[in-house]
Ligand binder design. Sequence first.
Ligand code: CMP
Length: 145
Amino acid sequence: MTSERTLLMVKPDGVRRGLIGLVIARIEQKGLVISNMRMFRMDDAFARTFYAEHDGRDFFPVLLSFMTSGPVVALQIESPNAIALVRTTIGATRPEDRLPGTIRADFSTQLTENVVHASASSSDAERELVLVFGSSHATLGTEHE
Ligand code: CMP
């Protein structure tokens, strides 16, 4: 199978709690390949664009406030079936649905402060990667080799 690209992001709670290394270790231990990385702080406009699909939901203001509360670490993951594999590795959105061994199950009981985000589909992945890394993301996949 050809490689897919996806975005995995350590959220502000994960950065504050010192979980960046742990998230990276889980990804690398599984055999997924990290092909780009960026630490930055979202401003309100960036967070609104990034999470535009949730605009209008009751949790949107809380989500914006949380996502702009500190730096995030964004990772581009590039591997066969990366989108589904990374989603499985991070675990479900709802705390009660998270399977033990997933990042969210093991490190959060919270719905909003859930340590990590990962793209849900290939169209989401491409949109999110361009937002975070710009159009150059497409050429960075082989630089580490
Ligand atoms: P994430 O996968 O980054 O996508 C949207 C985020 O909104 C989600 O993780 C949670 O951090 C947050 N969130 C808060 N409440 C809800 C909710 N009811 N449904 C989905 N996401 C929520």
